[in-house]
Design a protein around this ligand. Sequence first.
Ligand SMILES: NCc1[nH]cc(CCC(=O)O)c1CC(=O)O
Length: 332
Amino acid sequence: MYPKPGPHPITRFRRARRTAALRALTQENVLSPSDLIWPMFVMDGEGEEMPVPSMPGVSRLTIDKLVDQVKEAQALDIPAVCIFPYTDPKLKTEFCEEAWNPDNLSNRAVRAIKDAVPDIAVMTDVALDPYNINGHDGIVRDGVILNDESVEALARMALAQAAAGADILGPSDMMDGRIGAMRAGLEAAGHKDVTIMSYAAKYASAFYGPFRDAVGASGALVGDKKTYQMNPGNSDEALRLVARDLEEGADMVMVKPGLPYLDICRRVKETFGAPTYAYQVSGEYAMALAAGAQGWIDEDAVMMESVMAFKRAGCDGILTYFAPRVARALHE
Ligand SMILES: NCc1[nH]cc(CCC(=O)O)c1CC(=O)O
């Protein structure tokens, strides 16, 4: 593919690495605040925040404080935030009706953000787990996660989020056919310009543990999510899922988790050329923080290196809890 480099000493790769200026000049990939999506957790109440123990530096915030944090995102030139609700356990039901309540916590948060910070892109999560008594992303009957019934509920949920003003819908549920159903529903309701970032290749991963604590789903979850999330041993299947979701109307696609699945990011970007994102998930964040706290790694350096790795793998952007820290470092 490339001409073979000449032999040493005609070729000395170290020449271009000798000074910081030469290294900067020959750097292939660049990270910018505009590559970042900042995931945030919202809870009921006012003027309060509750730290997530397994995610140091991350807190659930009441809507007023969440809006302040979104202002901070904007000041840091981060173009998008992603909202996850910590739902009152009393609102969780078998059929997840709270998911499409126009005034549920997530929808109220979206409206408050769009009111106060209209220019930032707001992304929402489309999945039933925050509202489900059994913690699953879909509706469960006799221990089986029902696909088509879940898709109906998810499409309703997506419409409520679009009506609240979400710019990007993020279906993270992994039911089959949900993108098509959402896209048809959005068109029919006149929400023609709402984008969908499909969690297209989402793996059944052990790296989501701290997130489930943050949204209060860990205690609720009965069993695992292996009948709908992907088998970590698969790669070709990710391409078929991305092809399917793009065809059904996704504008952007995501690979999740992040670092352990960079090969998937690369294949997806090369195969489709579509806007491709990775989610550096809660467990990845928690691992870096835990090792950093022990003094076993240089946390800041590991953070920047890991986020850069996504760009190198071909991603157009990264959802990461490190977003504000990375943006701050880039502004220094
Ligand atoms: N549908 C829920 C959802 N949306 C994002 C994450 C994980 C995010 C993270 O770990 O940071 C999950 C958890 C899951 O699928 O169990």
